[in-house]
Design a binder for this molecule. Sequence first.
Ligand code: ADP
Ligand code: MG
Length: 476
Amino acid sequence: MNDADSEYEVTIGLEVHAELKTATKMFCNSKNDPDEERPNVNVCPVCMAHPGSLPVINREAVRQVLRVGTALGSKLADYTEFDRKNYFYPDLPKGYQISQFEYPLVAGGMLNGVEITRIHLEEDTASSMHDDATGETSIDYNRGGVPLMELVTEPVMHSAQEAGDFGRELQLLLRYLGASEANMEKGQMRVEANVSVAKKGTRSVGYVEIKNLNSFRTMERAVEYEIKRQTELVKGGGIITKQTLGWDENKQATFVQRTKEGAADYRYFPDPDLPSLKLSEIPEFDHALLRESLPELPATRRMRYVALGIKPDDADAYVRDLVLGTFFENVIADKTPAFIQLASNYIANDLVKIMRDGALATVPVSVSSFRAIIELVESKKLSSRGAKDLLVLSATDDRDPETIAREKGLIQDISPEMLQSTIVDILEKNPTVVADYKSGKEVALQFLLGQGMKAFRGAIDPDTLKRIVLEQISLL
Ligand code: ADP
Ligand code: MG
């Protein structure tokens, strides 16, 4: 928004669904397998709603949501129950979805400075496939009944970027926790963005909910679009009413899916087929146990790296990229901050470039070879230029890096005597150049340094070479 628009305030809240990575579905023993390609194989009487079948709560799904809540510093419920959310749709064979209404598993908490309202647990619907050619719809019930967590944020974000950053951080957290693969393209994580624009100091009458956002980039674009559209609307005296919008990828614009008729009447009521839970009485949901089960979280890891002197952007790259992050962790184990910072520079600049150029999905240099290369740099046996070359060589040659470096003349372990005698030799062979330099011709020095570099095949630190050459000239 431009300056003239700063009298308008943007409000954004997110609703995020994530499929949990459990072995079985939410209320039955059917397999929870997002990679199953054959339709309708992971089904049973319970998730197909056959009469007389009864649901059983998946403990692991409850535990995963409680772990997410623990990671977010939320309040975990003491008492919880499951409710029936009644509506009719073919992807919901029971005619209701088992969800949670009054008593969500998790309340409050914070991520990226954004307050969390609640997280509850429900079952996913089946997936529908529409065939535009025939106009027919087929349904695959493999997904029906898969554990789904829904996280709702407070309406406290104010830009598309802030919403995108929150979504990406939540995705990362779910992956660190092993709670969900959270792949947006596969629909394992689905984000709905609620957006409103109001004149500062006032509240908008309604807000829109944007659905069908299959990437964070798309979400950011859709939110930007809405901010512009709504700002114009409000400026012209219009009112933002409650609407559900979709995103048209071709037009890069939102469109109205439906105008909400108040709150739909889902006639929520506690599911009589399921027991309510007194969570504090279930040993495996003990708060201390849940806390102990958490891995190092992305935010903590980022801070640890930055405290070691790693540039924030590089630290973020290691936290986000599992391949690079694991490599970095192994490289830095038991090492000093100086070594770690040096290693990080070669990973973030050179190794990443080698991987990008070769379109490599894995790090082409072993941890031990990489560490050996950094140690050679640290002990000044290898120049920075030499290290870059050696990294490229080591990417396709897994022999000891020092052996490779010696073969290629990259090692700068020339003895002081050797160094001195070679330079004296060069000076004696080039008396006129030395005289030129002494009479004030700076370029003459460059020639002598060039001769030195050639004699040592580049395997010498340029500053050391220059120092010795000047020393020897002054003695002449
Ligand atoms: P509903 O039941 O219609 O989904 P909720 O009150 O549960 O409504 O809110 C859903 C989402 O809407 C939440 O993510 C919340 O942050 C967001 N939201 C609430 N008020 C606003 C607003 N004025 N502008 C933008 N988003 C909002
Ligand atoms: Mg909603």
